[in-house]
Design a protein around this ligand. Structure first.
Ligand code: SAM
Length: 430
């Protein structure tokens, strides 16, 4: 691959980009579709090549790859993101099916069944609103989730159809809009209602209307794309899986385009709390364990993790600075959560190297951050971890952003550090 010819645009999220399909699930952690498309288009990949994203999030890579006619596989550990990215690859030609299906779903929703008293939707909604949302969710499941997809442990997300996923995303959008008052300025955190706090109360007809509106908008967006695009999206595979272990056959992947989770102690499950509540009956997932397994988890790892030499000198220096920082818990909790991050990142890069074919390319979008005033040069650390595992850095493009995930922390100014962050696009070859 000619790395000089790659078209590397800024991976900065366009906060105005709230239209089109991305508008149904604006993901704070995603890069723009054009960023992914330009890189893939300029990569000279042969027809039939396989593009992989081990941290697929809202599915920008898999969508762009599938649109350009490549085979694509994406994985994510958060079941919500698996549903969101599966919906994104819904063939444009399904536009006509959405509205009649949603009418059938609403017509057959059984509102006489009371939601369980432990239903997590009750964290935000009153009983009536919870009953309505749950009845619609049950109806989506009954109408669109085939028996093959349902197992003893809930639903096999790997088999969920894109059309079923699209209806779940419409319900996510309804709940997300309604819980706006529980959102803070931090896009990664949705608050729960406190004991005694008033829950959201809404008529059934109003919830149904909102659901129908989202489906109407989806149908509109899809039919627009059908007219615009030369062809429908190629099918892509989206899986619920952990990036730290290899899921694909050895050397089966031609190209990787991905962005690892931020190292700013973001609980990726907290941002999707209401969506996880919507799908609670479908996934036998323990949310605490899910949060623990995420890269960047805020939970203390269960096992003791030691620094490994193969993580490189920059990581070693950074961990030393964290450990010896005078502030409370730096040498304890914070050191352990950082060790957990680098351990999971290194194991994921091991898995990436294993599935990538010889001379295959891996593009990683990595953002730097801070621990207190200590710079966490994650792009350099990721580069050193990758180099220790046989990847050669061929090109690095840095983009400076004024707004960043680490700047969200209210204390960031008190440490006197420079605002913003550098997001680096690291291009490796195996
Ligand atoms: C920075 S986001 C990726 C965003 C994506 N590029 C997009 O455009 O939407 C990182 C993703 O990694 C996922 N993740 C965190 N830990 C993971 C793990 N151990 N295995 C797989 N995915 C994980 C998170 O759920 C999150 O969606």
């Amino acid at each position: 691959m000619n790395f000089d010819r790659l078209s590397v645009q800024s991976p900065k999220r366009d906060r105005q980009a709230r239209t089109g399909w991305e508008g149904f699930f604006p993901y704070y952690a995603g890069y723009p579709e054009t960023f992914a498309r330009k890189i893939i288009e300029s990569s000279d990949l042969k027809a039939g090549s396989l593009i992989f994203d081990p941290w697929n999030g809202s599915g920008t890579t898999t969508f762009a790859a599938a649109q350009l006619g490549f085979k694509a596989i994406g994985l994510d550990l958060n079941p919500v993101m698996v549903i969101v990215s599966r919906a994104r690859i819904l063939p444009f030609s399904e536009a006509d099916a959405l509205q009649p299906l949603s009418r059938a779903i609403l017509a057959s929703a059984d509102y006489s069944i009371c939601a369980d008293s432990s239903d997590p939707l009750l964290n935000w909604f009153d009983r009536n609103a919870t009953n309505t949302i749950r009845a619609i969710e049950r109806s989506v499941c009954e109408q669109l989730v085939g028996t093959l997809t349902i197992s003893q442990n809930g639903i096999n997300l790997d088999k969920l159809s894109s059309i079923a996923a699209a209806f779940y995303v419409a319900l996510f959008a309804v709940c997300r809009d309604l819980t706006r008052s529980f959102q803070s300025s931090n896009p990664t955190w949705l608050k729960l209602a406190k004991a005694g706090e008033r829950r959201i109360s809404l008529r059934r007809s109003s919830i149904e209307r909102r659901f129908q509106q989202h489906i109407d908008e989806m149908a509109n967006v899809l039919s627009g794309k059908l007219v615009e695009a030369a062809r429908d999206c190629f099918p892509a595979e989206i899986m619920l899986a952990d990036s730290t272990s290899s899921t694909l056959p050895k050397e089966s992947v031609d190209f990787i385009l991905t962005s690892p989770p931020y190292c700013t102690r973001i609980d990726y499950t907290a941002a999707t709390r209401v969506e996880l509540a919507v799908i609670a009956p479908l996934v036998e997932e323990n949310i605490i364990e899910l949060g623990r397994n995420m890269i960047g988890s805020t939970r203390v790892p269960k096992r003791e993790i030691q620094f490994e030499k193969s993580w490189g000198p920059t990581c070693k220096r950074f961990l030393h600075q964290v450990k010896s920082h005078p502030s409370k818990a730096s040498g304890g909790y914070y050191l352990r959560t950082h060790l957990d991050y680098f351990d999971k990142l290194a194991r994921s890069i091991d898995a990436i190297v294993e599935v990538l074919q010889p001379s295959g390319a891996a593009i990683l979008v990595v953002q730097d951050s801070f621990y207190k005033e200590v710079h966490n040069d994650l792009p350099t650390i990721a580069g050193e971890i990758a180099a220790g595992r046989g990847l050669v850095l061929k090109r690095r493009d840095d983009f400076y952003f004024r707004r960043s995930m680490s700047g969200i922390n209210k204390n960031s100014r008190t440490y006197g550090r420079k605002p913003g962050a550098v997001e680096s696009v690291l291009c490796f070859q195996k």
